[in-house]
Design a protein. Structure first.
Length: 327
């Protein structure tokens, strides 16, 4: 069976809770931690409300692709527990093929606790659990090879063997939104993978960390590192076909080696929860690029439109638009 798109990475059960007791601190002197959210030490913090939802980079992207009509499968690991069963049922209900989601014995499902501020900003606390068991079997390799696209989210645990198998596959185009373990490994370690990547997606903070891992850019000023065009050029030189950097309220930027493209954010009718906006924007860009035959401007527009819709809803998989219907 051929799947147009297969997403690979995490699938989580999320507990999202809201509080207005945090204090946002400007920390511009630390280029890797420019904003901090603080709470009174030793205090009991009031939670206004909470929800049980679903998340994980691979699951979020898979749901988004399915909403826009792509035949989509998700390759992930969950535990043999209630949360794992709920994740699989949720994916099936949303039109995602779940034959590549396996339940691991004696393992708990990956969970996340997501703290959301009144402005919709969030901090995520994550336990990888069964997701750390992600390995690519020979049977899964054969299935992955048949896809048109592979969308890679964070690869957990001992991620290098899985990455080597995936990036050695001929045939499918690869979009990659790496997790902390990958971008913290540095550009040198992932360079061979980037040369096989069609769309490389990171946020601005991750881009800065990756660029700083290159000896040529160590010691560069904060002004240089905060210039998104400098980051795009540095990452493009590592080999991907297209580099996409998201910068929150400053929008998103793409560089294809010839032209720079910028997309501003759309005004939101309501700002409820930004959880999963990176997954939504990145997967919407890939979907838009495919639907439009490689039109980067169109793909950016669709990403921004879908993200603005999602922000008005709780959770990473709600409020998504069918990109085929957007004029």
């Amino acid at each position: 069976m051929k799947n147009h798109i297969i997403t690979v990475g995490g699938a989580t059960r999320d507990t999202t809770f809201f509080t207005d007791e945090g204090v946002l601190i400007d920390n511009q002197r630390d280029v890797l931690r420019q904003k901090l959210l603080a709470f009174e030490y030793g205090a009991k913090i009031k939670i206004d409300r909470f929800y049980f939802l679903f998340g994980g980079g691979a699951a979020n992207a898979a749901v988004n692709f399915a909403v826009s009509g792509f035949k989509t499968a998700c390759l992930a690991r969950v535990g043999q527990d209630e949360s794992g069963r709920a994740i699989i049922a949720n994916l099936r209900q949303r039109g995602v093929i779940t034959s590549l989601v396996s339940s691991e014995k004696n393992r708990e499902t990956m969970i996340s606790f997501i703290l959301v501020t009144p402005g919709g900003e969030r901090i995520i606390f994550t336990s990888r659990a069964a997701n750390n068991d992600l390995r690519i079997s020979r049977q899964e390799e054969r299935i992955l090879k048949q896809a048109d696209w592979l969308y890679l989210a964070s690869l957990p645990g001992d991620w290098l063997p899985a990455a080597r198998k995936i990036f050695s596959l001929s045939g499918p185009k690869i979009a990659w939104n790496p997790g902390a373990s990958q971008y913290q490994a540095g550009l040198k370690k992932i360079a061979s993978f980037l040369k096989r990547t069609s769309v490389f997606c990171v946020n601005k903070d991750e881009a800065i960390e990756l660029v700083l891992s290159d000896a040529r850019y160590r010691g560069q000023s904060p002004a240089f590192l905060n210039n998104v065009k400098n980051l795009l050029v540095a990452l493009k030189a590592a080999g991907p076909e297209i580099v996409l950097i998201t910068s929150g309220q400053d929008g998103a930027d793409v560089y294809d080696g010839h032209n720079f493209y910028h997309q501003a954010v759309f005004p939101e009718k309501k700002r409820v929860d930004i959880t999963g906006v990176g997954d939504v924007f990145n997967s919407s860009f890939v979907a838009g690029w495919e639907l439009s035959g490689g039109d980067i401007k169109r793909a950016l527009y669709l990403g921004a439109k879908n993200t603005a819709s999602k922000i008005a809803y709780f959770g990473a998989q709600n409020g998504l638009l069918d990109l085929r219907q957007i004029k």
